[in-house]
Design a protein around this ligand. Structure first.
Ligand SMILES: [Zn+2]
Length: 205
């Protein structure tokens, strides 16, 4: 693209770094911002900077939070004996939207993916084992995407967890998730959570 302004080119280049945003979309977004009041653009950029600078991750479940311990982990109404293991905060939102789960979460921060160089040490796995080893956990329940990375991660975690006295279950692995949990409709995901199956049984399917 031939830009008439270096400032314009820089702004477009920044937007084009975002996932799913090509140069044309980036240009459209930048021109849109340029058409807005200066205050609007200021509050847009302030929100991004504030998010990045001030966001916390819950010290227990590692979900994105405004406090050192998130609302779910600090709620007495939740069942702290059941941990739902998810990849990231989008999956916490998806499971919460189903209203079918009243336990707590553990956000791994990714999935094991040797192809991308992501190993167990890159994820919040040691802190999960530590949580479980404290002893109050009855059930660990996987809500990970039905991809090779999801399966690899469950296989690995099951090995690490199976010597503890707890039930290990998973949402049905066969249902068409379209890759990521956030894309599953609420009813399908809700049903899958309500009818979760022991992990060992799910392997024979
Ligand atoms: Zn938490």
């Amino acid at each position: 693209m031939n830009f008439s302004s270096k400032l314009l080119e820089n702004a477009v280049a920044e937007f084009a770094k975002l996932p799913g945003v090509g140069p044309k979309t980036a240009l459209r977004l930048v021109l849109h911002l340029l058409g807005q009041d200066k205050e609007e653009v200021q509050s847009f950029s302030d929100a991004m900077v504030k998010l990045r600078n001030e966001i916390l991750f819950c010290s227990t479940c590692h979900n994105i939070s405004d406090q050192p311990v998130c609302d779910i982990c600090s709620s007495p109404k939740r069942d702290h004996g059941i941990i739902c293991i998810v990849e990231d905060t989008r999956d916490v939102m998806a499971v919460e939207n189903t209203d079918q789960f009243n336990g707590v979460y553990h956000v791994l921060g990714g999935l094991i993916s040797p192809m991308d160089g992501v190993g167990p040490a890159d994820l919040e796995i040691d802190s999960l084992i530590e949580r479980v080893s404290r002893g109050d956990i009855k059930e660990v329940f996987f809500a990970l995407s039905a991809t090779m990375e999801g399966d690899t991660t469950i296989f690995y975690l099951n090995k690490r967890l199976k010597n503890f006295k707890l039930n290990i279950s998973t949402i049905a692995r066969g249902i068409a998730f379209g890759g990521e949990l956030e894309y599953v409709d609420e009813i399908t995901l809700g049903r899958s959570i309500a009818t979760r199956v022991p992990y060992e049984n799910s392997l024979s399917g």
